[in-house]
Design a protein around this ligand. Sequence first.
Ligand code: BTX
Length: 325
Amino acid sequence: MKEKILNILMNNMHQYISGEALAEECGVSRAAVWKHINGLKKEGYRIETLNKKGYKLINNNEKLLPAEIQSGINTHKIATGIIHFDTVDSTNSYAKSIAEGQQTGTVIISEEQVGGRGRMGRQWSSPRGEGIFMSIILKPKISPLEGSKLTQIAAAAVCQAIRKVTGLEAKIKWPNDIVIEGKKVCGILTEMSAELNEVHYLVVGIGVNVNNTDLPDEIKDKATSLKVQLGKDINRRDVVCAIINLFEPLYDDFVQDGTLEKTIEICRKESAVLGKSIIILQKDMEVKAKAIEITNEGLLKVQYEDGREDMIISGEVSIRGEKGY
Ligand code: BTX
């Protein structure tokens, strides 16, 4: 109901709509309309109320507010609960702090992060209002050994979402980046709380550079944004909704039917590294190899220069293309 009221207000942006008209269109009482309007205000929407005239939605400056996202998704579990922040340390850290008490699929999203994190203690640049910073809390009944598969599922969903919304040729740089023209546009950080054979929860964190134009000097050479690539602003909400809508079926395939088939098909088809020479970076070591296959389990099969083959599990590994992808 809240989404329906929001939709009507959005379609009549900057105009007053009477409580009576809203009540009639939604088939509820005026008191119920008032209750939902208050709910929307609490979520951050600016709605003006004027006696006798009704309610008017003021431009929300494209914030990624929960009801707005929910009106653009068709999922059953993912993002049925959304917690929105104007600012937060890290959506992954916050998600972990509340995960025990949340149901699977809860999404944390923020307009900015002041302590955005990458893997192994690295930083993730997260300027206000420009990118997407979101984390999904998941509680699948899987073995902890399978946790990294969630990164592949998220990568497949984000890659498809970017292609669908922008038409840009996004590629997956195994295991956790999405790149365009060899530059990083998205990073995925999957974190897990588990015992030896039981997962308590996983948090899949997704950071996408959307409307950034001024990327920090340290990453300028290797990072890009959708806006830089497309030459125009992109609606962040469209990208968020597409990610959520594309993530759920791939996730369901995995947790309900135990199959990663579609995910791996996408990871192979859109791979930025398969068939290419890469450098594997692990702790202080750098080894040259060729990426030859992504297995059905989501591992990367490589061949070293001496001909030996190896299977690489994501986790502590990064790879770099010899030619910069
Ligand atoms: P990563 O360790 O693979 O990549 C981190 C590296 O990427 C940094 O060391 C830096 O070189 C580069 N980098 C930093 N910021 C950006 C950026 N905005 N665009 C491109 N490159 C960048 C990747 O880790 C995983 C990132 C996950 C981020 C999400 S955002 C929501 C959630 N919350 C949170 O704190 N992290 C995740």
